[in-house]
Design a protein around this ligand. Sequence first.
Ligand code: F6R
Length: 615
Amino acid sequence: MCGIVGYVGPRPSQDILLAGLARLEYRGYDSAGVAVIDGDGSLGMRKKAGKLAVLRDSLADAPLPDGSTGIGHTRWATHGGPTDVNAHPHLADDDKLALIHNGIIENFSALREELLADGVVFRSETDTEVAAALLGREYAGNGGDLELAFRSVVNRLEGAFTLLAMHQDHPGLVVGARRNSPLVIGLGEGENFLGSDVAAFIEHTRKALAIGQDQIVSITPDAVTVVDFAGTPVQPEPFDVSWDAAAAEKGGWSSFMAKEVAEQPEAVANTIRGRIQDGQVVIPELDGLDELFLGINRVIITACGTASYAALVGKYAIEQWARVAVDVELAHEFRYRDPVIGADTLVVSISQSGETMDTLMAVKYARERGARTLSICNTQGATIPRESDAVVYTHAGPEVAVASTKAFSAQITALLLLGLHMGRVRGAVADASVDVAELAALPEKIASVLEGEQEHVTQLAGWMADTRSVLFLGRHVGYPIALEGALKLKEISYIHAEGFAAGELKHGPIALIEPGQPVFVLVPSPRHSALVHSKVVSNIQEIRARGARVIVIAEVGDAAVLPFADEVIHIPLAGAMFEPLLAVVPLQIFAMALATAKGLDVDQPRNLAKSVTVE
Ligand code: F6R
């Protein structure tokens, strides 16, 4: 939710921090702040409500003194509204110590009472200031050992947190800690970095270290040390970042979302690459897990939001190809009931960020209950894959826009690969050659939808800029795409939108149809099932008879829908399981074009943050 960056080295830190925050702004954008220790050893701090640009302007008007030790923060408010005072950093020890935080400190109330009784005066309404005050008190009490004070503080905190702190008596030192919130180390030459993710320092180094749960890190220009919360030294895990700074830049596009929608052919191709051998799907990361796939009798896919709709597509594919029962569970629901799971259950989690708290907690819960866990994730070194027995990475590259697009396509691709891999191992797929060929053809087909329908769909959205509600209908794998189409529209254009299983229409939602109501209908190919196709055509007639304005997404040459559609968006012919990757593209473009027509910021929609690291 919040973005965190830290720097120690020979260079002035302010610009490095601001550039890092700009790359992390997708994580939260309601206020931002930086603190630096200058050459004379005094601490300067500036924080402002509003987007990063407000802080940037303030610093341009009145710069902080140069300093080569610094921390920076971009906030998504939890405790206390987005104001200057509630923004981070928070200061303690007579304003000599600065601290920033991502997460929620659940026992902050009790700690605040304790500190108030001790005479501490709080300036903000945040849980973070409690951690800063506690750290200040520990530091003053132990004779000025910041690392020791940090250890004692983290052991008193409950909840989820990444903390970074520095003290003006220790220039050249930033200390950080993490529990259930992300933090990675960037290794430079004579300088080191900390960040919520590698985007924070990608323009300076692609060499990174992953920090495990409940660990504390200290960085100086020349050294990195990591200990656990008991103080025992730990060896952090090195990894190289596979993408470069340009991948996280807008690069001439009007928005990150536009760029990411356009990158889908590449995201899908990169996710497939190296996973087809001799006409079969073989996922090298799953080597040695055949026994697991043979031993399970149930799969639960757990995720949130867009990732949960990818999961629904995965359910159809895995059941069809691997002949094993699959359920899809929203991560925050799964964990708080009493699911029947055990060693014969494979829990597959899906997460772009790998840091979504609800999904992380579901994975931990599944493991505690003896289930096997596999994650599908887009972010190297993230917490969810580290907590899982196995991981299949999607290779969509960094996704910056808050609304997920290319990561969704890559997630479906990974699930299709997983279904075919499991189908082969379980002996359920006799001949996968047609499906493997369909997979390989996907990037080109997605590119053709982007090229062929961009203008048409953008025009349609322009006509509909005043629309107050849009409905989306689909059957089979079209159903999750209807849900995703509605979510995209809600998220970035703030228009009421609902996705329904088309068969559900007559059980209630049809009451919503009145003359002029726009309804997108995802029509499956009649080549896959004439029956399902005819049912959808009947649904179209039902809504059309009640005055709906029908916008159909159908394969090229589907003449049966033409008489009943106000608009037809064409997608190329594809196998049943592959259609979702084509049909979702016009819906993404539609949402983006409608939001743009309304003058909205498609990359940073109101109230949202990209990585939801609180429950
Ligand atoms: C919607 C969107 C969210 C995420 C959800 C899970 O566009 O991006 O619904 O899909 O918050 O996020 P990850 O995949 O990072 O776990």
